[in-house]
Structures are given as structure tokens and as C-alpha cells.
Design a protein around this ligand. Structure first.
Ligand SMILES: Cc1cc2nc3c(=O)[nH]c(=O)nc-3n(C[C@H](O)[C@H](O)[C@H](O)COP(=O)(O)OP(=O)(O)OC[C@H]3O[C@@H](n4cnc5c(N)ncnc54)[C@H](O)[C@@H]3O)c2cc1C
Length: 422
């Protein structure tokens, strides 16, 4: 990296965002001999990686397939995923003595701590000569006709790492005084600034604003992998803390996984997964006895003398059963129930329908769907078709993984794809 008399730092590749995909991209590009400079307003690298998976980082999934992603073009992730497989990630962590374990549904987690993965990537980058400019806010991003010019200045206050109001347009450098902006100049610019989900760790939408500036369309971001809030009139409020396996269906997609009642609605893996596919105003349907057939159980002769609420109380948590059984049949014996009453019971248990009021928002969302539309992005290299040398990687793109290690794997795979070219 060369600093000139006019305070312009020349480098080959500028990467905005030293998170999951930025680090992976930097490591890959630096291994090709490129001079790489990473800029991040946070003072530590990979902040989301470090909190991922409850601190154990669900870093990939053995069942890797494009069907686990949502976005404007379901085929887009295929190329990068094919060139960086879960086993490539397993090799990387294993070669570096990071112990891992396989949990249900092919999910791979660190045995020790998520920090191990972030530290590994940072170490690899530093060893390959990458320059880190941490605690730096992005003041401006432009193309001067031959190269990208990024203006940065120290983030305003120590510890402050949110500058979502910064407009990434052209800015004057060298104003003097503390926090004097510096210009970086490079032929390649990689935007790896993630999505606005979980702003507590400094997530912003700056990547979307940079994309728009260079003519890219952006699908409106919406919080996903987030709890669903139910409207005030929802009959199952007040059951916070109850957890059970359930099948949650929305937009024709079903997930049979643990469900958790919260103070505002539903959470747990089944609800979080459903939130990826849920659209505002659409219903969700919950089957509280997935894989069972209540009709058949009602026909079992020994059940005939039981009260409806007693049988349901044996099959489900009692407080939930009491809410689900219609009051007019709760104290009637199973054998006495009419066909209509049985159908009502069946529907209450197997097809509870509700229209969520919304998700619990970006602060509770592990990801944001939407982002830079991929129609003008190369699925092979993540390079912009509108501005050669401009790349977008990771969650800033309109590619969102389901729960289970898919988002981090996308960050690694897309970061690597860009790093091979940028
Ligand atoms: C609580 C939580 C748990 C998660 N657990 C998992 C999991 O176990 N498995 C999984 O697959 N996925 C998980 N995810 C999702 C995963 O962490 C993200 O999808 C992934 O980190 C995205 O990678 P990225 O490189 O695109 O963005 P990020 O990793 O978010 O990196 C973006 C970087 O850009 C920087 N940045 C942002 N705005 C600016 C700005 N204005 N100026 C300068 N720098 C900026 C940020 O500081 C950050 O370092 C989790 C997310 C959360 C919030």
C-alpha cells in the first residue's frame, strides 16, 4: 500500500466490511498477491461471526443446496456454492485445529467458540499482508474514471460503530483536524457490509446505498430469521415459555421444528424459518401435533370415555391444550362428540391459523432478506455488470439463507468467488 503526499492511499482491492464475507474475500485475494485493504467502522473484525450460533458459530451445513436460500433469483447462489462446499470449510477449520461437531439437520458448530473462526480468518488475512483500517467510517465512495476512491475518517466516538447516516457520495478529503478524512484508491472495490439486521453490532444499510449509487436496484430489506409477533386478539397469547415440536407453514413452505411461545407471539426454529418465507398480511398455519392424526386418536375405543380436554392434555402441554380445545366441547366425552365437533378439534390442533402482525424487527433478526438485486451481478464472480471492478458479497446481496449455517456459508462462498477475481 502506498501513501502519496496528497494523503491518497493506493491499493489493489478495497474491501468495505471486515465481516464474514469481507474477511474471506480478503484472504482469497491476498493469496493471489493482491494488495488488500479492509475498512470497517467496527473496532473488531467479524462481529456477527463472533455472536453466531449462540457463540458457537453454525459455520456451515452438510446439506448445502440453493433451495435453502430465498431471493429474487433462486439459481444465483448455485455457482459459488458449487465452488466452495461445506467440506472445503470443514477442511479449513480442521486444518487450523478448530474442533467442531455435527448437530441435527447437518448443522456444523464450533465446539469451543465462534471467536475461533473469526480469529482464524483475521490471522490468515494479516499473514497474507492485508491492511486493516478498523474504527473507520466510510464518508464517500466514487469512481473517478479510472479507479474507485473511498474516503474514510475515524468513527466519531470511541466504541461508536454506527454511522448509518453517512451518505456514500463523493466527499472532500483533507479538511484537517482530528478525524481528517483519508482517501483510498483501488481498481477493485468489494462491498461486504452485510445487511441492516441486528444493528446492535453495527449493522447498517450502507451497502445498499452504495449499490444504488452505482445504478443497482435494491430489493427492500425485511427482517427474517426473526420471531413473529401476533396481533392482540390472538387467542394463544399468555403461553410464553411453552415449547413443543410443531409444523409451521406459510406461503406453501413448511418447517417441522421446535416452536416456542414468546410474550409477543412465536419463536424457536420453526417460527424463525417460517419468517424467511412469510410476507406481511399472509397467514401462518401451525400443526401442534405434526406426524400424528388426531382423528384416529379420537376413534381409539379406550379414548371414548375421556373428556376432550383430558385427551388433549395428554398429547400437548396442558395450558396450550386448554386454549386449543373449543370451550363448548372441552368438558364433553370423546365418544359423545359430533362429527362437526371432532372436525373443530382436529382443525384447532392440526391447522391453527393466524395472521402475524409482523416480525419482531431488525433488532431481533438474524438476517435481512432483500438487498442488492442480483440481475446485474455475475453469479460466478459477484462482479457488477454495471461497473467493472465493483463487487458485492455476502448478505448485502438479495440472497438469504435459512437457519442452519446457510448465511455464513453464503458469506464464505461469495467472498471467495469475488476474491478469486477482484
Ligand atoms: C445473532 C446472530 C446469530 C447468527 N448466527 C448465525 C449462524 O450461526 N450461522 C449462520 O450461517 N449465520 C448466522 N448469522 C448470520 C450471519 O452472521 C450473517 O449472514 C453473516 O455474518 C453475513 O456476512 P457478511 O460478511 O455479509 O456481513 P457481516 O458479517 O455482517 O459483516 C459486515 C461488516 O460490515 C461492517 N459495516 C457495516 N456497515 C458499515 C459501515 N457503514 N461502515 C463500515 N463498515 C460497516 C460491519 O461492521 C461488519 O463488520 C447470525 C446473525 C446474527 C445477527
Amino acid at each position: 500500500m502506498t501513501r502519496t503526499a496528497t494523503d491518497v492511499i493506493a491499493t489493489d482491492v478495497i474491501i468495505l466490511g471486515a465481516g464474514a464475507s469481507g474477511l474471506f474475500c480478503a484472504m482469497t485475494a491476498a493469496a493471489r498477491g493482491r494488495r488488500v485493504t479492509l475498512v470497517d467502522h467496527a473496532r473488531a473484525t467479524g462481529r456477527k461471526v463472533r455472536i453466531a450460533g449462540g457463540g458457537k458459530c453454525n459455520f456451515t451445513n452438510l446439506e448445502m443446496h440453493a433451495k435453502h436460500y430465498v431471493g429474487g433469483n433462486p439459481h444465483f447462489p448455485k455457482s459459488a456454492l458449487a465452488r466452495f462446499t461445506p467440506w472445503d470449510m470443514v477442511s479449513l477449520v480442521s486444518e487450523n485445529a478448530i474442533a467442531w461437531e455435527e448437530r441435527e439437520h447437518g448443522q456444523l458448530f464450533c465446539l469451543h467458540a465462534a471467536d475461533d473462526v473469526a480469529d482464524l480468518l483475521e490471522r490468515r488475512c494479516r499473514a497474507a499482508g492485508c491492511r486493516f483500517l478498523l474504527g473507520q467510517r466510510v464518508e464517500g465512495v466514487e469512481h473517478d474514471g479510472t479507479a474507485f476512491v473511498v474516503t474514510i475518517a475515524p468513527a466519531q466516538a470511541p466504541g461508536s460503530d454506527t454511522d448509518s447516516d453517512a451518505e456514500p457520495g463523493p466527499q472532500a478529503a483533507g479538511r484537517g483536524g482530528p478525524g481528517t478524512p483519508v482517501r483510498l484508491r483501488a481498481a477493485s472495490l468489494v462491498v461486504a457490509t452485510g445487511s441492516p439486521a441486528w444493528p446492535q453490532v453495527g449493522a447498517t444499510d450502507i451497502g445498499h446505498r452504495i449499490a444504488r449509487r452505482f445504478g443497482h436496484a435494491v430489493a427492500p430489506p425485511r427482517p427474517v430469521l426473526a420471531p413473529l409477533a401476533m396481533p392482540p386478539q390472538w387467542p394463544l397469547h399468555g403461553l410464553a415459555g411453552i415449547a413443543l415440536p410443531a409444523r409451521v407453514t406459510t406461503a406453501g413452505v413448511s418447517f417441522t421444528l421446535p416452536l416456542l411461545f414468546t410474550h409477543r407471539g412465536i419463536s424457536g426454529p420453526a417460527a424463525l424459518q417460517a419468517s424467511c418465507h412469510w410476507q406481511p398480511g399472509a397467514p401462518v398455519e401451525i400443526d401442534f401435533l405434526p406426524g400424528e392424526n388426531l382423528d384416529e386418536m379420537l376413534r381409539v375405543p379406550e379414548h371414548g370415555k375421556l373428556l376432550a380436554r383430558t385427551l388433549l392434555g395428554r398429547l400437548l402441554p396442558t395450558r396450550l391444550a386448554d386454549r386449543l380445545v373449543p370451550p363448548d366441547i372441552s368438558d364433553r366425552r370423546i365418544a359423545e362428540l359430533s362429527r362437526t365437533a371432532r372436525a373443530a378439534l382436529h382443525a384447532a390442533v392440526h391447522a391453527h391459523a393466524a395472521v402475524p402482525a409482523g416480525t419482531e424487527g431488525m433488532r431481533k433478526a438474524e438476517a435481512a432478506a432483500g438487498g442488492v438485486r442480483v440481475d446485474r451481478i455475475s453469479s460466478r464472480s459477484m462482479e457488477s455488470a454495471l461497473r467493472p471492478g465493483l463487487f458485492f458479497t455476502g448478505e448485502v446481496l438479495d440472497v438469504t439463507g435459512q437457519l442452519g449455517g446457510y448465511n455464513l456459508h453464503w458469506a464464505w462462498a461469495s467472498g471467495k468467488a469475488a476474491g478469486e477475481v477482484a
